[in-house]
Design a protein around this ligand. Structure first.
Ligand SMILES: C[S@@+](CC[C@H](N)C(=O)[O-])C[C@H]1O[C@@H](n2cnc3c(N)ncnc32)[C@H](O)[C@@H]1O
Length: 321
């Protein structure tokens, strides 16, 4: 029998649900978004708070080359593109990417189909943006996630993020007593999925980020939170990598990187090309279809073993599509 918390979340006791590990949860979470792609945009059409939130992008420090993580159906992508020099928008669900492409008519946007728990950016960005993605990352993977966001940022770059705050728990059916918070979602056909859903409190998130060396300002807007955060200095992050100089944006690229004129891959000063994708060990991006890509500690979503055994696909730029 579900019980309701003070915040209004419906909690189902553990005994009603078998335990599920993070990898299985992430597989189910992705399956939910793939199966529900056609339903995804409905709240954006119906809910005033989401429209208000979308409008807030105009006041955010979106600039230069932008990496959008878990872009979904592209609700944010065009607004980002209007402020950016280029946008690289990544999501693992082909179904939502198809909708994002249809919605986004911009020659400076490139969509990449990739599992963020395996994919690593191989170039630098001035802004890393993610809306309603942070809450879907298991807590154990958050330090790795933030570390990878930091390593993707050029000097002076910022992470900009938007997500549900604790109040949104009232709208969810939450499974209690688990190390990774789980919510149950249902699609129109009655199918049921468990997803990771962490309702970050802005104040604790600010503190957690400070402990990782980030400087964050997080505010509530329309019941959600909007965060802008600057990473720790590269030297404070990963001394070994800085010494090696392997992929620290600032050290290798010497500042903000102009995008290739056509949105296609371009050469950086170290000879690496500018596309993103599973690293091939030589800094080159590559087209990978249905290959197993080991999840590395630096994978964007926090580093862990592959959870659905399916490879990631680096798509060609969607220029003009
Ligand atoms: C809550 S939606 C957010 C979409 C969009 N950012 C927005 O705010 O409307 C979460 C997105 O994460 C994507 N996703 C789920 N698992 C993923 C994974 N392992 N790698 C990349 N994207 C994933 C889903 O396909 C979905 O589009």
């Amino acid at each position: 029998m579900p019980v309701t918390t003070e915040q209004g979340a419906r909690l189902r006791p553990n005994r009603e649900e078998p335990a599920v590990d993070d990898d299985a949860l992430l597989t189910e979470q992705l399956a939910y978004y793939r199966a529900g792609a056609a339903e995804y945009d409905r709240p954006y059409a119906e809910r005033e708070d989401l429209r208000e939130l979308l409008a807030a992008v105009d006041d955010l420090p979106i600039a230069g080359d932008v990496l959008e993580l878990a872009c979904g159906t592209g609700q944010w992508t065009s607004s980002l593109a209007a402020r950016a020099r280029s946008v690289t928008a990544v999501d693992a669900a082909a179904e939502v990417l198809a909708l994002a492409r249809a919605r986004t008519a911009s020659a400076t946007v490139r969509f990449v189909e990739a599992d963020l728990f395996a994919w690593q950016p191989s170039r630098c960005y001035d802004t890393v943006f993610f809306a309603f993605w942070l809450s879907h990352i298991p807590p154990a993977r958050l330090p790795g996630f933030w570390n990878t966001v930091a390593s993707a940022l050029a000097p002076g770059g910022k992470a900009v993020f938007i997500d549900d705050g604790p109040a949104a728990a009232a709208e969810e059916e939450v499974l209690s007593g688990r190390p990774t918070p789980v919510a149950v979602r249902r699609l129109d056909d009655g199918s049921r999925y468990r997803i990771v859903k962490v309702f970050h409190d802005p104040s604790s998130l600010t503190t957690d980020l400070a402990a990782l060396g980030w400087s964050a300002h997080i505010r509530l807007v329309a019941g959600k939170f909007i965060g802008v955060a600057e990473p720790p200095a590269a030297s404070a992050r990963e001394p070994a990598r800085v010494q090696r100089g392997s992929d620290e944006c600032g050290h290798l690229l010497g500042g903000l990187v102009a995008p290739p004129a056509d949105g296609e891959v371009g050469e950086h000063s170290d000879g690496r090309n500018g596309a993103d994708g599973p690293a091939d060990g030589q800094g080159r991006a590559r087209l990978v279809e249905h290959a197993d890509v080991p999840r590395s500690a630096a994978a964007v979503a926090g580093g862990a073993a592959p959870h659905h055994g399916k490879g990631d696909r680096e798509e060609q730029p969607d220029v003009g599509r």
